[in-house]
Design a protein around this ligand. Structure first.
Ligand code: NDP
Length: 245
């Protein structure tokens, strides 16, 4: 799967799934655009990529979002793939005092910014007959943990948006797909205050192991490639079998 000369924007590329995905695309020859707020971590990821473009940006900020597209076009002149990966988890159920604050923060990052980035990139993706990959979550499919109901709502909305935009853009030759990971070994849950040891996740997974960021990156490589030319509007679950439970 060669991505040489392809321009791939990855939001949330400073850590976890986004960082691993960016490195994999770079290894396949892509010109990667690394987006995130943490400059130090972006630099660390950049060192593992070949000549990346770093755009330090907050995807929830409209001016920053515009700048991501502008800097990409100014540097490379086109966009082939947009990977909407930036996301946050804020715990809280409906009985929690801060539920609305958490809901607003997640809707803004996980959904609104994804819609905005898609809107801004689409004219360029139509030009290249490119594609979009939205990183969703199995939390948008079923309700397992009441503390992440609001997070699940944002990801269920991502699934619906993915299908709607896939249908709208199909006539332009632009494919839009989603990947829904199960638990993956990143900092997202730790940052949300969950200190469950990874061994406990391993024990719960039918395949006996929690996901690794590369698992998602490899699937993204396939979906973004020409080998997936007939696939659009699909949400791929990548969860070590946990949805079977
Ligand atoms: P990490 O916390 O490791 O990475 C999240 C990334 O999102 C960081 O690079 C962060 O960068 C970026 N980000 C967050 N907010 C913003 C913002 N406002 N502007 C720009 N970048 C932002 O988490 P994961 O790698 O686990 O998460 C990646 C995606 O995968 C998310 O959408 C998440 O919901 C999804 N997912 C993760 C699962 C898991 O178990 N890990 C399971 C299912 C889905 P910075 O701080 O530099 O801005």
């Amino acid at each position: 799967m060669s991505f040489s000369d392809k321009v791939v924007i990855i939001t949330g590329a400073s850590s976890g799934i986004g960082a691993a995905t960016a490195i994999l695309f770079s290894k396949e020859g892509a010109n990667v655009v690394l987006v995130g707020r943490n400059e130090t971590r972006l630099d660390e990821v950049a060192q593992q990529c070949k000549d990346p473009l770093i755009v330090k940006a907050d995807v929830t900020d409209s001016e920053d979002a515009n700048r991501i597209i502008e800097e990409t076009i100014n540097t490379y002149g086109k966009i082939d793939v947009l990977i909407n990966n930036a996301g946050i988890v804020r715990y809280g159920g409906i009985l929690d005092e801060n539920i609305l604050e958490a809901f607003d923060a997640m809707m803004n990052t996980n959904l609104r910014s994804l819609v905005n980035m898609t809107r801004l990139a689409v004219p360029y993706l139509i030009d290249t007959k490119g594609n979009i990959i939205n990183i969703s979550s199995i939390a948008g499919k079923n309700v397992r943990d009441p503390r992440i109901v609001a997070y699940g709502v944002t990801k269920a909305a991502v699934d619906n948006f993915t299908k709607g935009v896939a249908l709208e853009l199909a006539k332009h030759g632009v494919r839009v797909n989603a990947i829904s990971p199960g638990p993956v070994k990143t900092e997202i849950l730790v940052n949300a205050g969950d200190d469950t040891p990874w061994e406990a996740f391993d024990a719960f997974m039918p395949l006996g192991k929690v996901g690794e960021p590369d698992d998602i990156g490899h699937l993204a490589l396939f979906l973004a490639s020409d080998k997936a030319n007939s696939i659009t509007g699909v949400d791929y679950i990548c969860d070590n079998g946990v949805m079977l439970k």
